[in-house]
Design a protein around this ligand. Structure first.
Ligand SMILES: Nc1ncnc2c1ncn2[C@@H]1O[C@H](COP(=O)(O)OP(=O)(O)OP(=O)(O)O)[C@@H](O)[C@H]1O
Ligand SMILES: [K+]
Ligand SMILES: [Mg+2]
Length: 699
């Protein structure tokens, strides 16, 4: 909520439900793949490989099998022909398994790297005109600017660093960060319009700016390191899953290690190479290889929505969100609340209320205020005092009023009906039932009623009309199906709030909320163990944004809000929170689905390889899949195991098809599709590969 309504950002234009405008720089796909291929080999350093325990086991397995190319009898006597060639094939397949997993991660990182390069190119060294205390100007490099320095920028200049406008009014091209080409007006004083970002370009006039960021610490610098993934630490869920996969790997290692004893008991000695093959087939290499790509892709998908996440953790938290806190005006409604009608009361005429409403709105720069002036002037009202001698009283969300102190000492006010009643009472005026009738009628229509008063006398009510965004009801339905509760928080009165809440289909609403209420609501939800998401832009929102588990700040918002939030929406569209939550959910579901698939796969691979181990023990009844030979069975299972990683990269990056369902329904659906599919697919694929492998005479 804004403390100062005149600082409201331009209302975002309504978007399609998926809001799929993309401003991220175009990425050259061919270059991206070339770079990823190179990276897949660079990542083979043991230090890097160690971060992924599952793939590290494959890595070690590769090294051992390579040694066994040179000495097949390294670990004792083995039966069979062409051992060197066979071990060579296994080593090759294992090597590619590792490379494919690295490739998945490299491709996922590629887009962010390309984006970072594009951002870096906007951040060329500029010459800053530093304002010295004596008023003279010194030209220095932008990299030498520090917090607190004053600079001057004129039309055509690149703004040298993040800062706050202290003087001047100018339009600024912020497309370098927002991709939006429409210029933005910057002026001092107001929370929102006074902050400027280094790297953007001033188009007209000139500004005096106080620098608020030290070199290398600006908004663009932070964006670069974020999209590049420099700060991408593993998220708590990712760590938990990595641990689980490592434990599973250990269990399989133990199982495989005990096999030789059993095998020799049934007089069927096995080679170390085959044991390694079996181990690699059984451990969860698919999810192990794709895990980090899934996480990076989730951040990337958020970035493509023009939202910058400060960490992967933030994106992931979106997936766990239980409660979504939204404000009414501009988020649930279109937000261009315009004066529709004046309703005079207490025996006043239409002319009277128009005149008082005009006087009360003369200095009100909010869209609401301007529309009241327009309507009053249309009705023929004129200003009958010297406006230079009058004093404007700015709107604040706390007082819920705005107005003017006239030269003759009288006070005109307009605002929320409750607030104006309080004002009138304090001036020993009267309240009338007529006022309540008018205000209830407007509220029932979902409009915002503003009462108008001159000193102790109420003149009537202004009807501000607002419209619920088309399609928003569907979005809330979807969220409900995902188990997310939506709460509308508004400064408006109870009746209006309940009408809009009903029309929009939110689960709950809080009316007559002050900015402080927001943080209270968040804390209350969190006390019940809920994960809470919210959007905001004002300085007032900063504590609430920091308190929320997912706080999305509007780029048009204040520096404080942006710093407190864990995401910044470059388009300043509060409805995007809904999309971000959806992306987070999809990230978690994708991870779950591919984990299920990966583990289900092992069943088939197990049945492909285990008969091999007991081959000479006449346990051929175990050869369920009817594979050609023992060697071809092992190779086929391993080839499948390697190829499934690149085959699933597109799914890992794009995310699985997403449907708004509850966690339970999703689990059932996933087990059905990815669990059952994960058992069936490899049976078919391994059989086909076996046919091919034996046809080309590899085994
Ligand atoms: N320019 C204004 N002048 C006087 N009163 C106003 C003005 N704008 C809004 N109000 C009154 O103050 C109330 C609170 O405003 P606030 O901005 O906190 O909430 P809101 O805009 O109604 O809802 P939301 O919090 O969803 O944006 C409004 O409901 C309205 O009654
Ligand atoms: K595997
Ligand atoms: Mg508001």
């Amino acid at each position: 909520m804004n403390s100062i309504a005149s600082t409201k950002p331009p209302r975002p234009r309504p978007q399609g439900p998926r809001g799929d405008r993309k401003h991220t720089p175009k990425v050259n796909t061919q270059g991206l793949y070339k770079r990823a291929i190179k990276e897949s080999f660079v990542k083979l350093k043991p230090r890097v490989m160690l971060k992924n325990p599952v793939m590290f086991v494959v890595y070690v397995g590769t090294i051992i099998t390579v040694l066994m190319i040179f000495d097949p009898y390294l670990f004792g006597p083995v039966q069979g022909e062409n051992l060197r060639f066979f071990n060579g094939l296994i080593a090759l397949i294992l090597f590619f398994t590792v490379v494919f997993a690295n490739f998945a991660e490299a491709v996922a990182e590629g887009r962010g790297k390309a984006q970072a390069d594009a951002l870096r190119s906007t951040k060329s060294d500029t010459i800053a005109k530093k304002l010295l205390p004596d008023g003279s100007i010194q030209e220095i490099s932008s990299t030498q600017l520090h917090c607190g320095d004053m600079v001057k920028v004129v039309a055509g200049d690149i703004i040298p660093a993040d800062g706050e406008v202290l003087a001047g009014v100018a339009s600024v091209d912020e497309s370098a960060i927002t991709g939006e080409s429409a210029p933005v007006l910057k002026e001092p004083g107001s929370d929102v319009a006074s902050s400027v970002t280094g790297g953007t370009r001033i188009l007209s006039d000139e500004l005096s700016i106080r620098i608020t960021a030290d070199p290398g610490k600006g908004f663009i610098d932070r964006m670069i390191s974020l999209v590049e993934g420099a700060e991408r630490a593993k998220t708590p869920n990712e760590i938990a899953l990595t641990v689980l996969l490592a434990v599973l790997t250990l269990v399989f290692l133990f199982v495989v290690a005990t096999l030789p004893t059993i095998a020799s008991y049934v007089n069927s000695p096995v080679s170390i190479a085959i044991l390694i093959a079996l181990l690699v087939a059984l451990i969860p290499t698919t999810i192990g290889g794709l895990l980090s790509a899934i996480g990076i892709a989730g951040m990337d998908r958020v970035a493509q929505f023009n939202v910058i996440a400060t960490s992967g953790r933030a994106v992931e938290a979106c997936g766990d969100v239980n409660t979504l806190i939204l404000d009414k005006t501009g988020t649930i409604t279109l937000g261009n609340r315009l004066a529709e009608e004046f309703v005079p009361v207490n025996g006043h005429t239409m002319n009277d209320i128009a005149r008082v409403a005009l006087a009360a709105s003369l200095f009100d720069n909010t869209p609401e205020g301007k529309s009241i002036v327009r309507l009053a002037e249309k009705l023929g009202a004129i200003v009958d005092f010297d406006r230079n001698l009058a004093e404007g009283i700015e709107f604040s969300a706390k007082t819920r009023m705005s107005g003017t102190n006239l030269p003759d000492g009288s006070e005109v006010r307009k605002g929320a009906v409750g607030a104006i009643k309080g004002f009138v009472r304090s001036r020993s005026g009267r309240e009338t039932p007529e006022l309540d009738t008018a205000y209830e009628r407007i509220s029932q229509l979902g409009g915002t009623p503003l009462a108008v008063a001159l000193n102790g006398e109420i003149y009537g009510v202004i009807y501000l009309k607002d419209i619920v965004k088309p399609g928003i009801r569907d979005r809330f339905d979807q969220l409900r199906r995902m188990g997310v509760r939506t709460v509308m928080l508004t400064g408006d009165n109870r009746i209006t709030a309940s009408v809009i809440a009903q029309e929009a289909g939110v689960d709950d609403f809080i009316a007559e909320a002050t900015p402080e209420d927001k943080i209270e609501v968040i804390q209350r939800e969190q006390a019940q163990g809920k994960i809470v998401a919210m959007t905001g832009d004002g300085t007032n929102d900063a504590p609430a944004l920091a308190q929320a588990n997912v706080g999305v700040a509007m780029n048009s918002g204040t520096q404080a809000a942006k710093e407190a939030a864990n995401m910044v929406d470059l388009d300043s569209d509060p409805t995007k929170l809904i999309d971000i939550v959806t992306i987070g959910k999809q990230l978690l579901i994708t991870r779950g689905a591919l984990t299920t698939f990966s583990i289900a796969n092992d069943i088939a691979k197990y049945f492909a390889i285990i008969p091999v181990i007991f081959a000479s023990a006449n346990l051929q009844s175990l050869n369920l899949m009817g594979l050609t030979s023992t060697n071809s069975a092992v190779l086929s299972a391993l080839i499948y195991n390697a190829l499934i990683i690149p085959a699933l990269i597109p799914l890992a990056l794009k995310g699985v098809k997403f449907r708004p369902l509850s966690a339970n329904q999703l689990l059932q659906r996933n087990i059905l599709i990815y669990g059952l599919g994960g058992v069936i697919v490899p049976f078919i694929a391994i059989k086909l590969i076996d046919v091919l492998v034996s046809a080309v005479g590899l085994a």
